[in-house]
Design a protein around this ligand. Structure first.
Ligand code: AHR
Length: 632
């Protein structure tokens, strides 16, 4: 195998390997957004969904669900008419998203918006296990509030670990109080931010060192119909003012309807930008282009009525990058981030196809480029090489000189192996490609039987060598979907699985992580018997230079059942003898998976290698992906 370390082929964009985030599979609410209380504001269409009302006989008080027309974003609150002397006889129990994960000795922070109408009331709040044993609790004495809404808070620790705890609020005393935004967060959020994100989930993203963070989806951008599309302006500002929206994955789509799935937008656009910044990723928001999800209603906004949609896009750029004196820059600053978020790219539409998309895209592009020519626009493209729809679309987008075309592929592992040369023939000048969503499917697309196993991961790795080899064309790529909750998923396979307390990266995760943390700055040629390495001897390979660390990086995948004994000839290496490391993912059995019990069953194993006379002998194990780094 020949590698020429002196011949630069193409730069590898810093954005090359990134992360696709969507609130699917309880990714945000019930997932990375660490709020533990489901339906904290009683805004779900069924106002007590997630709650159990407790009123022991004889009735010790009364509850009224009130709707205030003056607060359109958060109309409902709960009025408690309290006449109770004993905690436990009058109040509410919340079940959490799929129970609540509670850690031993961790602090839990309760907060509530309240208004005392009359009398003296005490709230007793805490967590209990499935048998009703109290794990931790505290009291909040509600001082008179002159009829004004106030925020009250109190904390307590849990004495025990519990995967499926419940949260209780008992009211005692005599009086009338209104409550809203009944909330509970663990203290150990990412960067210990109050009301923040689940740290273990963010950590796995940070460990990938992703080049970009795409958000908020996915089909969620489009909505089942246009009224349910994602509107970023509803997701910024105080959390209590962010109106609830049904989650597009609440609906049945091929499998697993999830009727209690709503978006509170506690994870909103400010938090997405902040997350991107925290993990060193370039933010990539995707906006609705005036089209609802074509798998659902497919509603369209007439082209002449697109103005509000376009204004949302322009305002978003101002929100992210504008001076604090601008309207939207001021909103960002008030939320705690006066410095710009350095937004450089934006997507117009997700999986929108056909002439209707082109018509709308043209109007968006003209308006955005006129005001912000520096913003790179990502356009929605296709994948099916035999599908006319996609040929038409991709060709038209290229003729329109699209900056970046977003292609999605959820296909069988064989497709990934046979498409490792997919981009070899794409024109080098012109539109770039964003492999925006992909995942090898062990069964059919969106089948509930799909698994994240070593075969899916290895076939993605083989395909990704082709993406890297074609870094002149492909500038971004991301696996999708990202997160799934073991008890609340709608779609599989997924990159990272969680339950209420635990997390594991799939085999596919470690492939993504190895590519991203070994990106390199530019590709160099690698060939076997003069041929591109895209399946010969079951081997797939690419090579790059990390200029900062002055290292050659070879990524090689063996998809075959036999070991491949090879020698790399490292032409142009400054020193004849050198040393290096190998990070290896391999398993003789391709159906093997990581799991909560064996989270690292397949994860990188490190070894050293030696180069003598510019030659590196290396035997690539069967079913293996190796990243070899050699000092130049
Ligand atoms: O990743 C799951 C879904 O797949 C996305 O929401 C959508 O863009 C695609 O169809």
């Amino acid at each position: 195998i020949a590698v020429n370390v002196r011949e630069q082929v193409a730069p590898i964009a810093p954005t090359m390997w990134g992360v696709f985030f969507e609130d699917i599979n309880l990714g945000a609410d019930g997932g990375i957004y660490a709020e533990m209380v489901k339906n904290r504001s009683f805004e779900f269409p069924k106002p007590f969904m997630g709650w159990k009302v407790v009123r022991q006989q004889p009735i010790e008080g009364d509850m009224e669900l009130v709707n205030r027309p003056d607060n359109v974003n958060n109309p409902r609150y709960l009025r408690l008419k309290v006449s109770s002397s004993e905690a436990g006889s009058f109040g509410l129990i919340n079940e959490g998203f799929r129970g609540m994960g509670v850690k031993k000795d961790l602090r839990y922070d309760f907060s509530v918006l309240y208004r005392v109408i009359s009398g003296n009331v005490v709230l007793h709040v805490g967590l209990r296990d499935s048998l009703g044993n109290v794990l931790g609790e505290n009291k909040l004495i509600l001082p008179a509030s002159n009829d004004q809404w106030q925020k009250g808070s109190v904390s307590f620790e849990s004495a025990k670990r519990e995967l499926k705890a419940q949260f209780f609020v008992w009211a005692t005393g005599s009086g009338v109080v209104d409550i809203d935004m009944v909330s509970l967060f663990p203290a150990d959020t990412w960067k210990n931010r109050p009301g923040g994100l689940r740290a273990d989930m963010v950590q796995l993203l940070a460990d990938m060192k992703p080049g970009f963070l795409r958000f908020p989806g996915g089909c969620i951008v489009e909505g089942y119909d246009l009224s349910q599309r994602y509107q970023w302006k509803n997701t910024v500002g105080p959390v209590e003012d962010r109106p609830l929206l049904i989650n597009r994955w609440n609906f049945e789509f091929a499998h697993r309807p999830t009727p209690d799935y709503f978006q509170t937008f506690g994870l909103g656009f400010f938090e997405y930008f902040q997350l991107a910044e925290d993990i060193g990723a370039s933010p990539l928001p995707i906006l609705n282009c005036g089209m609802a999800c074509q798998f659902n209603t497919g509603e369209l906004v007439p082209v002449e009525n697109l103005d509000p949609y376009i204004q949302d896009a322009l305002d978003l750029i101002e929100f992210a990058n504008g001076e604090v004196s601008t309207t939207w820059g001021k909103v960002r600053a008030r939320m705690g981030h006066p410095a710009p978020f350095n937004l450089r790219m934006m997507g117009v539409g997700n999986e929108n196809w056909g002439p209707q998309y082109i018509e709308r895209l043209k109007v968006f592009t003209q308006a955005i480029k006129a005001k912000y020519p520096e913003i790179t626009l990502v356009n929605s493209g296709g994948t099916d090489p035999s599908g006319e729809r996609f040929d038409y679309l991709n060709q038209t987008l290229r003729e329109m000189k699209a900056d970046v075309i977003d292609e999605h592929y959820y296909r069988r592992p064989e497709w990934f192996l046979s498409n490792a040369r997919r981009y070899d023939s794409y024109p080098r000048n012109g539109s770039k490609v964003f492999a925006g969503e992909y995942a090898a499917q062990s069964d059919k697309m969106v089948s509930t039987d799909n698994q994240n196993n070593w075969l899916t991961a290895m076939s993605e790795a083989a395909f990704m060598t082709g993406l890297e080899r074609n870094s002149a064309v492909v500038q971004m790529a991301a696996y999708a979907p990202l997160f799934a909750h073991a008890d609340g998923w709608q779609w599989r396979p997924d990159l990272i699985w969680v339950n209420n307390l635990d997390i594991f990266g799939t085999t596919d995760y470690y492939v993504q992580q190895l590519f991203s943390t070994n990106r390199g700055n530019y590709t160099v040629p690698i060939s076997m018997a003069g041929e591109v390495m895209a399946g010969g001897d079951s081997l797939y390979a690419t090579a790059a230079i990390d200029s900062e660390h002055q290292e050659l990086i070879i990524k090689i995948v063996n998809t075959g059942a036999t070991p491949q004994q090879k020698t790399f000839r490292l032409n142009g290496l400054a020193k004849a003898n050198s040393s290096g490391t190998v990070q290896l993912l391999s398993n003789p059995e391709v159906s093997v998976q990581n799991s909560f019990d064996q989270p690292k069953r397949i994860s990188p194993q490190t070894a050293t290698v030696a180069v003598r006379n510019r030659q590196l002998p290396y035997t690539i194990a069967p079913y293996a992906f190796a990243v070899i780094r050699v000092k130049l």
